[in-house]
Write a protein that binds this ligand. Structure first.
Ligand SMILES: Cc1ncc(COP(=O)(O)O)c(C=O)c1O
Length: 391
């Protein structure tokens, strides 16, 4: 299909051609194993060092504080299991938000089965100006001197809310708890500087910022507070023994290039993408009576490319099926095998019916005004058609 329109950039992004070129060179020409001593290995290792330096500079961390993984699911799992299952971990409490991604909630459910107390702090509801942000009073109260770890995402993958992490970091460090942040939706989309936000562990994934799938990173603090991490994958001793296995050199180098491009274009991408998001909202709101926005106001702390809307009286799945040429999502696409309504929308106080009537759009770097206009026209026409059929 030639006229398909991709508006699902929270799920994944296309690999930027500039990134794919670098990756191809690493796959075909500089294919050495970075652990090998010979010239091929040395060239691969040098490329990894250069890319690691670049990524560390972008995030304002030390190069030795970055571990490379297969993506954010692995990074989150390593952070959560690694800290909590460390033999010297004495604390038994973990605090998180009800709106986290399953890649945080599911490992925490496992840790709860193993005897940890896991507290899920609710977000402010949709009637509140800070909708989606974690209820700060409840969060600060939950974090105490028995808390081993707090896990709070930087930006929400469904409603785009940005969390006030620095305030949370200060509270964690007062009581000796560590702070993990799933920054998968934030890296490359908003400034993520760990010189300004004092987290101890941070997860990211290249395919969310126009890099390839199957490669991610975990930042693990090495200065000041001690972060003890028990490895999950052993054998070979790569990456300080914390994540063994042959380094994914093409993936790491491509991720470095993708992050450099994203940082260089951050302001211009954000302005342009935010403009397209406003355009989509305005067009849809003009064509659909009673359309509602899920999540914070656009000018409040929200990812520029995120739009989550409630189409009154129509199921989101039905609307998506009626407009197959427009790629969007009826919830968290990473969790789309699960037919349950979005746990994030329920957590902000939407009913099951409202959650099922909602669609998430993620606008990205290569979208055009023409695509936005066409997508809006098709969605409005399909919505009106479904409404008349249901009347
Ligand atoms: C917030 C968040 N965390 C984690 C993940 C999982 O990332 P990956 O696909 O790299 O495993 C996603 C993917 O959608 C996400 O949005």
């Amino acid at each position: 299909m030639t006229d398909r329109i991709y508006l699902d950039h929270h799920s994944t992004t296309p690999c930027d051609r500039r990134v794919a070129e670098v990756m191809q060179r690493m796959l075909v020409d500089e294919f050495g194993n970075a652990s090998s001593q010979h010239l091929f290995g040395q060239a691969a290792a040098a490329a990894v060092v250069e890319s690691t330096d670049e990524m560390a500079a972008a995030l304002e961390v030390l190069p030795s504080e970055l571990l490379f993984t297969s993506g954010a699911t692995e990074s989150n799992t390593l952070a959560l299991y690694g800290v909590c299952r460390h033999p010297r971990q004495r604390r038994r409490k973990i605090v998180t938000a009800a709106t986290e991604h399953p890649a945080v909630l599911d490992p925490l459910a496992r840790l709860a089965q193993e005897g940890f107390e896991v507290v899920h702090v609710p977000p402010y509801p949709h009637s509140h100006p800070l909708v989606g942000q974690v209820d700060m009073e409840a969060l600060l109260e939950a974090i105490d001197d028995q808390t081993a770890l707090v896990s709070l995402m930087w930006a929400n993958n469904e409603i785009g809310t940005l969390q006030p992490l620095q305030q949370v970091a200060e509270r964690c460090h007062q009581v000796g708890a560590l702070l993990h942040c799933d920054a998968t939706q934030a890296i490359g989309r908003v400034p993520v500087s760990l010189a300004k936000v004092d987290v101890d562990l941070l997860s990211g994934s290249a395919h969310k910022f126009y890099g390839p799938k199957g490669v991610g990173m975990l930042y693990v603090r090495q200065t000041g507070r001690r972060v003890r991490l028990r490895p999950m994958i052993e054998g070979g001793g790569q990456q300080q023994g914390l994540r063994s296995g042959t380094l994914n050199v093409p993936g790491i180098v491509a991720m470095g290039r993708a992050l450099s491009i994203a940082m260089a274009q951050l302001d211009s991408d954000t302005d342009r993408i935010g403009g397209l998001r406003d355009r989509l909202w305005n067009k849809l709101a003009t064509g659909v009576d009673g359309l509602q926005r899920n999540g914070p106001a656009f000018e409040a702390g929200r990812l520029a490319g995120n739009l989550n809307v409630l189409f009154p009286g129509v199921e989101g799945e039905a609307l998506m099926a009626a407009v197959p040429s427009v790629a969007c999502s009826s919830g968290s696409a990473c969790n789309s095998v699960n037919p349950e309504p979005s746990h994030v929308l329920l957590a902000i106080g939407r009913s099951e019916a409202e959650a099922r009537s909602s669609l998430r759009f993620g606008i990205g770097r290569f979208n055009t005004e023409q695509e936005i206009d066409t997508a809006a026209e098709r969605l409005i026409a399909a919505y009106r058609h479904l409404r008349t059929m249901l009347a």
